[in-house]
Design a protein around this ligand. Structure first.
Ligand SMILES: Cc1cc2nc3c(=O)[nH]c(=O)nc-3n(C[C@H](O)[C@H](O)[C@H](O)COP(=O)(O)OP(=O)(O)OC[C@H]3O[C@@H](n4cnc5c(N)ncnc54)[C@H](O)[C@@H]3O)c2cc1C
Ligand code: SF4
Length: 331
């Protein structure tokens, strides 16, 4: 095993400085993803910096105007159970409750959750098979290998992996921002830009650079937030990643959809917004199941399934339909 040291950060500025200057240093929060990656020899850091004692990063607060700020070190279980989150953004609470297990949710942080890496087994297994994300330039074993769990949108020959976070899908639907601090100050990264496409650098998952510390995720005030829902479809009913999932938030007037936000998980390298369907759904009656189905199908003309995951296209369309109907019933 590669030896590493463990340090504890108490000052954000010093933590950022150390991360910027020492390439072998990685932040550790709950450790529920990072330690697995170390054991699977995907990463071999020289130094783990425990960031759990950094001040001011664990809060969950309602912002003036109705937005929500979730500290990067808030635990998944605390966010899921928070009354404001449950009432105003139920899709966020549901996405968290459908993730992992109770024990993991108690340990895992929100910053770590959106940073978690793909569950592609060629990436996770230490078996020497080509994987561009693990070993840049080596190839992609999943492209023509076992790709049942892989992407149907936005993939490249270099990588066909999917992003595994559930709550990231809800954040994408609600146009959240990731708040990042570095030596130059704080910036907000729109959720749509946070996860990188597989080209040109499949080994990079996000836009974060060395010296970047996630401090929070901010969800803007959204009328649609209250009528939101997260639906997750998986091989077994608990403790399993999504085959496909849908986060939907709507407003409804006179029984017709007025505005619709839909993001899907398990289908791409990042939460995938169904922008064509969002436009096509506006004005459709919630009673008109055929109309809803046809509007959702407009996005799926872009789907490019792989050899083993053609079933995901219909599954995702059905999941999106069910999630729209459930969110609509909450409006
Ligand atoms: C068995 C199992 C099942 C799971 N099932 C699900 C599931 O169904 N759905 C789901 O969404 N997730 C699932 N997960 C993933 C789990 O939610 C993540 O492991 C967890 O959220 C990561 O948070 P953490 O605090 O433990 O991160 P860590 O493991 O501590 O860190 C993960 C990464 O994030 C970086 N990092 C952490 N905090 C910051 C920060 N503030 N700024 C910058 N970088 C940071 C670390 O350096 C590291 O690279 C599962 C995990 C396991 C082990
Ligand atoms: S899909 Fe991506 S993570 Fe999986 S083997 Fe291919 S390059 Fe590696």
């Amino acid at each position: 095993m590669h030896p590493f040291t463990l340090t504890r950060a108490t000052d954000p500025a010093k933590a950022i400085e150390a991360h910027a200057g020492r390439p072998g240093l990685v932040f550790i929060a709950g450790g529920t993803d990072l330690l697995g990656l170390i054991k699977d020899r995907v990463v071999a850091p020289d130094e783990l910096m425990d960031i759990n004692e950094l001040p001011g990063l664990s809060g969950i607060e309602l912002l003036p105007g109705g937005g929500l700020r979730i500290g990067a070190l808030a635990r998944m279980s605390d966010v899921a159970a928070h009354p404001v989150v449950r009432e105003r953004f139920p899709a966020i609470s549901e996405a968290l409750l459908f993730a992992a297990s109770g024990q993991l949710r108690n340990m895992a942080s929100m910053g770590g959750n959106i940073m978690q890496r793909t569950r592609c087994s060629y990436f996770r297994d230490d078996d020497g098979l080509p994987c561009n994300k693990r070993e840049p330039g080596s190839g992609c074993s999943a492209l023509r290998g076992i790709n049942r769990n892989h992407a149907i949108f936005g993939w490249s020959e270099g990588c066909v992996a999917t992003h595994p976070s559930d709550v990231a899908v809800a954040f994408a639907a609600l146009d959240a921002n990731v708040v990042v601090r570095n030596r130059d100050g704080e910036r907000s990264v729109p959720f749509a830009d946070f996860h990188q496409p597989p080209e040109p650098s499949p080994q990079r998952d996000t836009v974060l650079e060395r010296g970047d510390l996630i401090t929070a995720v901010e969800v803007p005030p959204r009328r649609e937030g209250r009528a939101s829902h997260y639906l997750k479809v998986r091989d077994r009913q608990s403790y399993e990643f999504a085959l496909v999932s849908a986060a939907v938030a709507v407003t409804v007037a006179d029984g017709r959809l007025e505005s619709v936000r839909i993001a899907m998980g398990g289908v791409a390298h990042k939460p995938w917004r169904l922008t064509a369907a969002e436009s096509a759904l506006r004005g459709v009656s919630l009673e008109d199941t055929d109309g809803l189905r046809a509007a959702i199908a407009t996005t799926f003309t872009d789907a490019r399934p792989l050899e083993h995951n053609g079933f995901k296209v219909e599954l995702a369309e059905r999941a999106a339909l069910r999630a729209v109907q459930t969110a609509g019933a909450r409006a």
